[in-house]
Design a protein around this ligand. Sequence first.
Ligand code: C5P
Length: 310
Amino acid sequence: MKRKAAMSETFTLPSFAKINWTLRVLGKRPDGFHELCTVFQTVTLSDSISFSPSETVSLTIDVPSVPTDDSNLIIKAAKLLAAEAGIEAGAAIGLEKRIPSPGGLGGGSSNAAVALLGLSRLWDIRPAPEDLLKMATALGSDVPFFLMGGTALGTGRGEKLEALDEIEEPLMAVVTPRFGISTAEAFSGLNAENLTTSALESNLVICRRDAENLGIRQEDLVNDFETSVLVKEPEIAEIKRVLKENGARVAQMSGSGASVFAVFDKEETRQTTLEALNEFNWRMFAVATLSRSSYREALNPCHSLLPISF
Ligand code: C5P
């Protein structure tokens, strides 16, 4: 017989978005995934997830476009966590969605990681950090990053993480067109090669060195999805163009798209740019980078579950 979980009171946690400062796809692996080298960064744009005691697991979302069924990573996370802990447990989960999804901003992955943390608290269980990381990896390639936050190098599928010196950019924007891009399709559109182990290792050495010396200048930032995605979706190139024309220092696609992030040097330029973008039918957010320590603090009282080292 499975033990019934103890339940805490209702509480709410933020679920932050990420951008990829740079994203290199190094090659295709025999398992169908791609070998990546990316610099992840948490930003201040966030969803909010509430957790309440309940006999069964249920999910409500304030927008109709995101599914609430078993395909939602929050439900997958809840089932996986209960199974791993060997408990019978329910939760009434409420998601307030602000992060465009899909959008290349890791919204679903972030929600999954926060669900693992929030439900551990609700059910009064303390999974070991390495077990949390394993569950996160099983849920999706970007999920482990959301147990870390800040600025981090991701390799492998994106799940092997190393802390990097924090990048601080207080004046940023995220702009998302009204359509979404399927991550799986974006990967298959790359026609990436199968790599030998030695080619992969030498590419990783170069990529790590670049990541450690990354400047937030347009010429330093690369997203290997841009060439193929921008050909299919010229509106993303249009977003980049309008941002740059209005004075953004950097305008770059995040993840497999379709969101573009921008970095500004002056608040005034950011303001006028966001005003200029009003005439287009795009979603816009003024954001800033979120450091690892602020990320952990925001997840209080669940932050003590987060792995300390990677
Ligand atoms: O890991 P996740 O479920 O988020 O990945 C979604 C899809 O993106 C995968 O099914 C795969 O097609 C593709 N992917 C990939 N290589 C990665 C990460 C994702 O090919 N490193």
